[in-house]
Write a new protein. Structure first.
Length: 389
């Protein structure tokens, strides 16, 4: 929908402020990452609604680069939709996305957003990496390319393919799937960006191109089932692509493989673990249980929950391309640094995650906080792989 289609909804926003909090009003602070950092009303969802209405609908303010910087500071974590008390709560993220589409059309996106989009268009990924390098992480792992007749396509995504910290999760999941005996394969250098962040950044045309190209490749190979490493890929493929593909996040698949006995996780992995809910798995797709069921199946794991968890989880700060653009910025109030401090306070030795973006953001935050001797970031795929050893 176009932004003007939301004009009556935007006008109904009371700027009441519920969108900034958790549902239990945690003492830990505001749950909107950009407001928690900036502490200016313009950087709250309600404040953004007012700016969007005044500038892009009523045209009482001139759209500007400064407005664009504020708009793109949002990680699209969806806490606002979760906490809004009005019937239009589901539309808030769509309104922000529609406003970004306007900014793309007006060529007012921040420089790093423009660079992100250009890189995806030119290279099929935001890192400007050549497609020939996309499957380098899989060398010497026994993971093969997808062939017709395989049950699952393992879709890795850009971050898991190219980010060095997240590649560990990509390899671990691949190793677990091999050990399970599952029939699967990867696309290798044929894999391109799923487009989740492109869509959230407002480049509708590029997203449609990526969706069409990926769909063409899937159909050509006879893909029916897809397992994703990233919740971001899961969100795009599950909710925006043709429904002819059955899409699961890897935690859902591993949970089922453990339940049916294909994976024996009694290998002696022992640790106190706390778990971080990714926004695109939790608030976007309502999957909170599968990761916890996996951890509960490991005899030596003690799960200690953080104060903010499940629908009240605090974003790592990397969503909507911020892992690349860094518009939200760093410092002690950066979301990732806040989150690793919360994890440390549980007394756990491992912060478990299920998203390559979260791996990257929280690894960087751990180093910035100087907590490497207190806490280790591990994707649940890594934990399961160690439990199988």
């Amino acid at each position: 929908m176009a932004l003007t289609d939301y004009k009556d909804i935007i006008h109904r926003c009371f700027r009441c402020g519920y969108c900034k909090f958790t549902s239990d009003y945690s003492y830990l602070g505001f749950n909107c990452p950009m407001y928690n950092k900036a502490r200016l009303e313009s950087y709250s969802p309600g404040g953004l609604m007012w700016l969007i209405y005044a500038s892009l609908i009523k045209e009482e303010l001139t759209p500007s680069k400064h407005l664009s910087e504020i708009l793109y500071s949002c990680t699209m974590c969806r806490n606002c939709s979760e906490e809004c008390k009005f019937q239009f709560n589901e539309d808030i993220v769509n309104i922000l996305k529609a406003a970004r589409e306007e900014m793309v059309e007006k060529q007012l996106t921040p420089q790093m957003v423009g660079q992100f989009l250009k890189n995806v268009y030119d290279y099929g990924n935001p890192y400007r990496e050549h497609k020939e390098n996309r499957a380098n992480w899989a060398e010497d792992t026994g993971i093969k390319h997808y062939e017709k007749g395989d049950e699952f396509l393992y879709y890795v995504g850009c971050v898991g393919s190219y980010d060095s910290a997240s590649q560990k999760a990509a390899r671990a999941l691949g190793s677990v799937l091999v050990k399970s005996g599952l029939s699967f394969g990867i696309l290798g250098d044929r894999e391109i960006c799923d487009g989740n962040e492109v869509d959230m950044l407002g480049e509708k045309g590029l997203f449609e191109f990526l969706k069409e190209e990926n769909t063409r490749i899937f159909r050509e190979l006879g893909v029916k089932k897809i397992v994703t490493l990233s919740p971001h890929s899961y969100n795009a493929l599950k909710n925006s692509y043709p429904d002819e593909f059955e899409v699961v996040h890897y935690t859902q698949l591993l949970r089922d493989l453990i339940k049916n006995g294909a994976l024996n996780v009694s290998g002696g992995f022992t640790a106190k673990v706390t778990y971080h809910d990714p926004c695109f798995l939790g608030r976007y797709n309502n999957e909170y249980d599968a990761p916890r069921e996996i951890l509960a199946a490991l005899p030596g794991v003690e799960l200690i929950e953080m104060e903010r968890t499940r629908e009240n989880s605090f974003c790592c700060g990397g969503g909507c391309g911020n892992f690349y653009t860094d518009i939200l910025g760093s410092g002690t109030d950066a979301p990732g640094r806040i989150r690793v401090r919360e994890a440390r306070d549980t007394g756990a030795s491992i912060l478990a995650v299920t998203c390559p973006v979260c791996v990257m953001m929280l690894e960087d935050a751990l180093k910035a906080e100087g907590l490497e001797d207190k806490l280790v970031i591990k994707d649940i795929s890594e934990i399961v792989n160690e439990a199988l050893s």
